[in-house]
Design a protein around this ligand. Structure first.
Ligand code: DQA
Length: 153
């Protein structure tokens, strides 16, 4: 399985950007850890980050036939980008929305996600671990539902 990990504006600055909200781990440290974890799970990750709305949409369109799913942190676009929302619907790929912080526990303008309705799920509030959990979700989803009585996978 090949997955796209796509980050929106200012997520390249994680580690130095508001560390009390987003943590001290830099994006390159997070990326290295995710790559290792993915390799262990037999998953190939493609990473991209764009500050602009159009750039994010371009990456989704470009990768749409080469990946089986997307782990997407749209940053502030989460809250108002109908263009991004429509692009997700257009590519018909399974997308998991992730956030480092828990937007609902923050300012009111962060409480609404306009992309959630076109995503298969959403993981927020676990810091960089949100990305690991999304990766795990894709892997377990691909393995199919656990049978009754099975050891949880
Ligand atoms: C964020 C939450 C958004 O509200 C914010 O605009 C971001 C980061 C997060 O990962 O917690 O840029 O998506």
């Amino acid at each position: 399985m090949r997955l796209l990990v796509l980050n929106g504006p200012s997520l390249n600055l994680v580690g130095e950007r508001e560390p009390s909200v987003y943590g001290r781990e830099t994006w390159s440290e997070i990326e290295d850890r995710l790559r290792l974890r993915a390799a262990h799970l037999g998953v190939e990750l493609v990473f991209a980050q764009e500050n602009g709305e159009g750039g994010l949409i371009d990456v989704l369109q470009r990768e749409r036939r080469d990946v089986q799913g997307v782990i997407l942190n749209p940053g502030a676009y989460t809250h108002y980008s109908y263009a991004l929302r429509d692009a997700i619907a257009a590519v018909s790929l399974p997308v998991i929305e992730v956030h480092l912080s828990l937007p609902e526990a923050r300012e009111p303008f962060r409480h609404r996600s306009v992309v959630a309705s076109v995503c298969i799920g959403r993981i927020a509030g676990f810091g960089a671990l949100s990305y690991d959990l999304a990766l795990e979700a894709f892997v377990r989803r691909a393995a199919g539902p656990a049978e009754d009585g099975d050891t949880p996978r």
